[in-house]
Design a protein around this ligand. Structure first.
Ligand code: TMP
Length: 207
């Protein structure tokens, strides 16, 4: 049986990561793998209810962080861990790097507080590969502004998204073996060509 693979996609709102989700899933399926495509917050019936609250209800930053991890705990127990145990490829549109970027970078929570939640909820498990989509902020801002009904995060000011991006880039420097920064500019084909070497390396396993 193949080893389970856990891949996450990250980036500021408007970075364009979701455009590549189905293509990524097909890339692994064409290589004979079973793929579980999922997202955070969400991914389970309870998680999707929490997502609706998180994206649209006002709440304080601690509540927001705790609900993100409540949804994540459910997601891990019901979807991520069983799929990895079955040898599947799990591709999640966001995971805990988003909590560091948005709740710490964006909202100002202390990273050591958040690290306590990370340790509690999945101290034993990290993604094998994280694709961090990065585009200049003006490109992302135009995409956010064209969103039809912007949610609580999309409606934040540019400074919020700058802080989110700064934390993402800092994490990519801190965890270079796991987090790969992908230049999000150019055509869809150009971006996919940048992704492929990382996917191949991930399939081949650790060097
Ligand atoms: P999405 O737009 O990529 O579906 O994500 C929904 C929003 O939730 C996005 O603006 C980022 C935010 N988010 C956090 O603030 N913290 C988290 O831990 C996660 C997973 C998402």
């Amino acid at each position: 049986m193949s080893e389970g693979l856990f891949i996450t996609l990250e980036g500021i709102d408007g970075a364009g990561k979701s455009t590549h989700l189905d293509w990524l899933a097909d890339w692994f399926r064409r290589r004979g793998r079973t793929v579980r495509l999922t997202r955070e917050p969400g991914g389970t019936p309870l998680g999707e209810q929490l997502r609706a609250l998180l994206l649209h209800e006002q709440m304080n930053p601690d509540t927001e962080a705790l609900l993100m991890f409540a949804a994540r705990s459910e997601h891990l127990a019901r979807v991520i861990r069983p799929a990895l145990e079955a040898g599947d490829v799990v591709i999640s549109d966001r995971f805990t790097d988003a909590s560091f970027a948005y709740q710490c970078g964006g909202r100002g929570l202390a990273e050591d507080q958040l690290a306590i939640l990370e340790d509690w909820v999945h101290g034993d498990l990290q993604p094998h590969l994280t694709l961090l989509f990065d585009v200049p902020d003006d490109v992302a801002r135009q995409r956010r502004e064209s969103a039809r009904a912007p949610d609580r995060f999309e409606s934040e000011q540019a400074a919020f998204h700058d802080r989110v991006r700064t934390v993402y880039l800092r994490r990519a420097e801190r965890f270079p073996a796991r987090i790969k920064r992908i230049e999000g500019h150019g055509s869809i084909e150009q971006v996919r060509a940048r992704l492929t070497p990382h996917l191949e390396a991930c399939l081949d396993g650790p060097a």
